[in-house]
Every structure is written in structure tokens, then in C-alpha cells.
Design a protein around this ligand. Structure first.
Ligand code: ARG
Length: 662
């Protein structure tokens, strides 16, 4: 059962009977931050007191008088200005735990009103190698799918791959001008990657030279002028005003320094091409490569037979490569309907939007102007090309018609938030004419950037984005070193070479996944192998180690687990550390509910970390195999077993494997 939900339900009843219309205040029942204030705490008497114009402590008492907590809690206590502190009764706690022992679901009861979720996640642009940024969407999305399913919802996962965009125009252009047929015959994907890299580098070179650098130089000139103005403004006698002006000056100077840094980066980029004889020759020979790539993309979309045939030849190889990564990450999708799938539906979308009166022509482009947004959402360009947003509109329509979702989650980088704001608002307006779209709940589950130690997006030393395959390889290699050193330091090593490799795989990949999940998804985080593979702290390695440590007790004590679970052993709670662990074990379903409430898997990692810490204290303070009596030993073994089961299930929901020994 979900204890928090149960308490809130009971508070809602009491609140409603005290003052109709106040049931929502029951959301102010929360787990206590500090054991001093009981196990749960309700702060609703304060706002209610305000509303009723009565002292909160008195209101708290009236609420308690109405409250039926059954057998769950001791008599509630009023503290401070009117907090209501709740302490779970030991007898009740024991009863609940006892039923967990034989519950496959570990106390997680399915929601009473299951919803249908469509989860759009991973969704890389194929034909260019997946990089570190894609791991966040993949790992967070997969964890959300598992948690929602575990809670009893229906989940449809859909990998909305970018298989129809400019990157294919680049590959096609690259193939037509630079292909090495032998290399392609040998291994298709590496040659396509090379072509992609080469063409995008040349496109970028020309754009940087003719557009990005001149624009930046202009900007630098403007900001430099502002610096001079601000410097002049610091020339005042009044201390306060001067300090203020100096602060502004420093800010603008900082901005200027940043822009100059950006300019240096761009110039460096140019130099890499200019200083390489082959590249600089190619750059000179292909001055209009940017426009040519767009033309190849447009030809593909228009059904040009050569380009279509190339696309059909290259796509399967790209998908195969992608699937290798998904296999390593143990991620699957119900559907992989990429952008190309919607191509034929796009004219219909435009027609429907026009019918709904949403389209305004501007410079020949079909635009949707939205309140609060200066720039419109462009549905079709002047040259007839459709855009990313058009495809997303078709996708919403398709999903609604075929899958009838209550909620659609888009697990996508926060840098796309403007796109999703505009998309969701357009769908809302569109739904006035298309009733089936009414009430669809679209959510951008956004996430921050993976940074390097320098605070900039994580890059390799050569400056290119870090490929996902290399990243996983390195994590596994490092894990292997750690596992081997650890095992070698034992008097008698426990693991064979094969074991070590298997364990290293779970630890290395688990570390990367966990680091991604344990950070609040909306913040950026600094990627560090050392931190994520640390044996202490909130890491996968620590959690896997905790699991293995619990399990080692059963080996050491020669415990038959199925016998233990089926025995009639009565659980008992004697010491505070034992009780703290017991309560945490009961709160697993609360953690999952929290994850589902705001789509943040870090609630689950935080819960597991807390559980492991409580286990650690329990283990230090409450002898298990050497307990005072056989009954107590059995009871504590059951707590150990529950701990191991909850950790394993929690990690499984996060997509992380456990190991028995490491
Ligand atoms: N392919 C896009 C990218 O890599 C992400 C797609 C996200 N999903 C969507 N329905 N727009 O940036």
C-alpha cells in the first residue's frame, strides 16, 4: 500500500467534514524531514486557520478530533505553530511488512484509474552517430516507462527517430561527391559517418565564414561600445550609484569576454579546415555545399528516385547500428515511427490547419502566430518544404487517432522547450476544429545538458561530440579495472575472468545510467567517470555494492531464502535502526508515485540511496547472524531479504542490473 496516499485520504475526509471544500489541503501531509517530528507531518492547520480566522493550533486539534487514522498511527501530536506530527504504530508497521514478505509486488498496488501514456523518447537523428546527449533521453525515458507500467498504467513507447532530415541530404551529397566505394562495401556505417562528418564540417565552414563570424564581429562591436558607455557611467560621485554602475560595467565586460571567446572558437574551427590541405581544397571546390545539401534533402522529399534509393539503402544500416546501442542499454520500444513515416500526412495537416483558420501567409511561408511568441511556428516554408514542427503535428494526430493516449510525454532536451511550447499551443487551437484532439495532455519532460569538467557541453579532446559507443566502452573498461583491483585485494579472489567482465559490464553501464537518473533531470550535470564509479555516495556502484553486501549474508549464514520467506517467522522491531529500515521498506511505492507525479526518476534514486544508508546503520547496530535469539535472527534476515528485493526491483525499474558479487 501507499502509506502517504492512505494518510492523505484520511486527512481529506477529516478536512472535508471540518470545512467543506478543503480536501486539497491533504496534499500538505508529507514524510517528515526529521525523525524528531514523527514519521509524517501535516501542515494543513496553518492555511486552514487563516481561512477560518482561528488559531492554527486550535484548528489542528479540531482536525485531529475528526481524523480517523484507524490502527495506523499513534495519537497525533500538535507541535509548534500547529504542525500535526504522525508516528506510525509499530504493530501496524510489522503487520504491513509481514505481508510484503510474500508480496511479489513489494507493496506496490496498481493505480485505481490507469491511464494510457505515450512516451516519445530517445528519438535520435539517425545517420549521425549517437552522442552523450542522447543517453539522457534514452535512459530517463526508459525508466519512466517502467515505473509507469509498474504502477499499472498502459504505456506505449515510440522512438520518433529523425530519419528524414538534412542529415540525409548531407549523406547523399557526401555519397555523390566523396564516397570511398571500397570502404562502403566493407562497412557501411563507418563510411556514412565519415561522409556525414566531412560534409557537415564543410557546410559549417562556409556558414561560419560567411555568416557566423561576421555576425559575431558585429555583436562584439556593439557590446564593446556598450562597455565604453557603461564605463563613462561609473564616473559619478554618489557612492551607491557608482557601485551600481560598476556592477553593470562588469556584467557587460563579462559578456564581451564571452563573445570574444566564442569568436576565438569559431576562428579555430576555420583554421582546422584552412590548415589541412585536403579539407581546404574541398572547401574551395564546394563553395555552395550548404544550399546543395538542402537541395538533396528537398529532392529526397519530392521522391527523386536516386535519392530515395540511396535513403532506402542506407537507413537499415543506420537502424542496425542504433539497435546495437539499444541492446547494450537494454532498451526497447513498442514503435519506431520516424519522421519519414509521417511524410505523406503533412499536406493533410496543412489543409486541416488552414481549415481551422490557423495559417497566416508571411513572405510566402505558412505560419501560425501564437500569443506570447514573437516568432511564429512555421508549418511550411516558401519553397514548399515542411518542417520539424509540421511532422510533430502529424505525429500528435496519428497517436491520438491510433493509440488514444491520456498523456503524451516528450523526453527531449530542454533546448527544445520553445518548440514544444509552440507545438502544444498549436494543438490546443487546432483542437477547436478537430474534436479528437481535445483534452490531450502533452508534456515536455525536459532535461539539461551533460557538461565536461570545463562547464561546457561534454566534448572529446578533439572537440567533437562524444560518441555513445566509446563512452560506454570506457565506462566498462574502467569498471573492469575497479572490479579486478578489488577482487585481487582479497585473500582469495572470488571472480573468474569471465565473471569480472560480466560484472564490469553491469557496473560500467549501470554507472552511466544512474548518474543520468540521479541528477534532477532539469539541471545540467558534469560528466565524471570517477564520480559515477565511486563506491560511496549516491552512485550505481554503491547501490550495487549494497545489494551484493546484503546478499552475502545469506551465503555466509547458509540461509535458504525460500524457506525463510515461507516460514511463519514473526517480524519484530526492537531497535531504532531496525524501525527506520522497516519504515523505509514500506515507502517504496511512495517513491514510485512521486516519480510518476513529476516524471523525475531522481526521486527513486534518492529513495534507494536512503534505503541503503538505513540498511547500513541497521547492519552496524543490529547483529543479524549473531542476534540474541533465533527468532530475532530470523526476523532480521527477513528485513535483509526485503531490503535486497526492494533495491533490486528499484534498480531494475531504473534499468540497472544487480550483481551477486563484485
Ligand atoms: N530527433 C530530435 C533531435 O534529435 C528529437 C525528437 C524528439 N521528439 C519529437 N517528437 N520531436 O533533436
Amino acid at each position: 500500500m501507499n502509506l502517504l496516499a492512505e494518510l492523505r485520504q484520511r486527512f481529506a475526509v477529516a478536512l472535508e467534514s471540518l470545512e467543506p471544500g478543503t480536501a486539497e489541503l491533504a496534499d500538505m501531509v508529507l514524510p517528515s524531514q526529521d525523525g524528531k517530528f514523527g514519521d509524517y507531518q501535516a501542515n494543513c492547520a496553518m492555511p486552514l486557520g487563516k481561512q477560518l480566522k482561528q488559531p492554527p493550533r486550535e484548528v489542528a486539534q479540531q482536525l485531529i478530533d475528526k481524523l480517523d487514522l484507524g490502527e495506523i498511527c499513534e495519537a497525533p501530536e500538535i507541535a509548534g505553530p500547529g504542525f500535526i506530527n504522525l508516528t506510525v504504530r509499530d504493530a501496524w508497521l510489522i503487520g504491513q511488512l509481514q505481508s510484503l514478505v510474500r508480496d511479489e509486488q513489494l507493496g506496490i498496488t496498481p493505480v485505481t484509474e490507469p491511464k494510457t501514456y505515450v512516451v516519445d523518447y530517445s528519438s535520435p537523428n539517425v545517420a549521425k552517430p549517437m552522442h552523450v546527449g542522447h543517453i539522457r533521453s534514452t535512459v530517463i525515458g526508459a525508466a519512466l516507462c517502467r515505473v509507469l507500467k509498474q504502477l499499472g498504467h498502459k504505456v506505449i513507447s515510440d522512438n520518433h527517430i529523425g530519419d528524414w532530415g538534412t542529415q540525409f541530404g548531407m549523406i547523399i551529397y557526401g555519397y555523390k561527391h566523396f564516397v570511398d566505394e571500397d570502404a562502403l562495401a566493407q562497412a557501411i556505417v563507418p563510411e556514412l559517418s565519415r561522409l556525414y562528418k566531412l560534409v557537415s564540417q564543410l557546410v559549417d565552414y562556409h556558414a561560419t565564414r560567411s555568416k557566423k563570424i561576421p555576425e559575431l564581429e558585429q555583436q562584439i562591436e556593439d557590446v564593446a561600445a556598450q562597455v565604453e558607455e557603461k564605463r563613462a557611467a561609473t564616473n559619478v560621485d554618489d557612492d551607491k550609484l557608482r557601485k551600481k554602475a560598476e556592477k553593470k560595467l562588469r556584467q557587460t565586460e563579462g559578456q564581451l569576454a564571452g563573445l570574444r571567446g566564442d569568436l576565438k572558437d569559431l576562428q579555430h574551427k576555420l583554421a582546422t579546415v584552412d590548415e589541412d590541405p585536403t579539407l581546404s581544397r574541398l572547401a574551395t571546390e564546394h563553395p555552395d555545399i550548404g544550399a546543395a545539401v538542402l537541395a538533396e534533402t528537398a529532392a529526397l522529399h519530392a521522391g527523386d528516385p536516386t535519392n530515395k534509393a540511396l535513403w532506402e539503402r542506407f537507413l537499415p544500416a543506420c537502424l542496425e547500428e542504433l539497435n546495437e546501442t539499444y541492446d547494450r542499454l537494454r532498451v526497447t520500444f513498442d514503435y519506431t515511427l520516424g519522421e519519414s513515416f509521417y511524410h505523406d500526412q503533412l499536406p493533410g495537416v496543412i489543409e486541416s490547419l488552414e481549415g481551422a483558420g490557423l495559417i497566416t501567409e508571411s513572405d510566402g511561408a505558412k505560419c501560425i502566430f501564437l500569443e506570447g511568441h514573437e516568432a511564429p511556428l512555421i508549418a511550411q516554408k516558401q519553397d514548399g518544404a515542411f518542417l520539424y514542427a509540421t511532422t510533430d503535428l502529424a505525429t500528435v494526430q496519428y497517436r491520438v487517432e491510433n493509440w488514444h493516449p491520456d498523456v503524451t510525454l516528450y523526453v527531449v532536451d530542454k533546448r527544445q522547450s520553445l518548440h514544444f511550447e509552440q507545438l502544444f499551443e498549436t494543438v490546443r487551437l487546432w483542437s477547436h476544429q478537430s474534436p479528437q484532439l481535445r483534452g490531450v495532455d502533452l508534456v515536455h519532460v525536459s532535461f539539461g545538458t551533460v557538461l565536461g569538467a570545463d562547464g561546457k557541453p561534454y566534448k572529446t579532446r578533439s572537440g567533437s561530440a562524444v560518441g555513445l559507443t566509446g563512452l560506454l566502452d570506457e565506462a566498462v573498461e574502467r569498471a573492469l579495472r575497479i572490479v579486478s583491483e578489488n577482487d585481487d585485494s582479497r585473500e582469495q579472489p572470488l571472480l573468474t575472468d569471465k565473471d569480472r567482465q560480466q560484472v564490469a559490464k553491469h557496473i560500467g553501464i549501470g554507472a552511466i545510467k544512474y548518474a543520468d537518473l540521479a541528477h534532477n533531470r532539469t539541471s545540467d550535470y558534469v560528466f565524471s567517470y570517477d564520480k559515477m564509479l565511486a563506491m560511496s555516495g549516491n552512485t550505481a556502484t554503491y547501490m550495487q555494492y549494497s545489494y551484493a553486501r546484503v546478499r552475502s549474508i545469506f551465503t555466509k549464514g547458509d540461509v535458504d531464502l525460500s524457506l525463510l520467506r515461507s516460514s511463519e517467522t514473526a517480524l519484530s522491531i526492537e531497535l531504532p535502526h531496525e524501525r527506520a529500515l522497516a519504515l523505509a521498506l514500506l515507502q517504496f511505492s511512495e517513491a514510485l508515485t512521486r516519480v510518476a507525479s513529476d516524471y523525475r526518476p531522481n526521486h527513486l534514486t534518492a529513495y534507494l540511496f536512503e534505503l541503503a544508508s538505513r540498511y547500513s546503520s541497521f547492519f552496524e547496530n543490529c547483529p543479524v547472524l549473531k542476534a540474541d535469539s533465533e527468532a530475532l535472527k530470523q526476523s532480521r534476515l527477513l528485513l535483509c531479504d526485503l531490503t535486497a528485493r526492494v533495491i533490486a526491483r528499484g534498480l531494475e525499474l531504473l534499468g540497472i542490473e544487480t550483481v551477486e558479487r563484485m
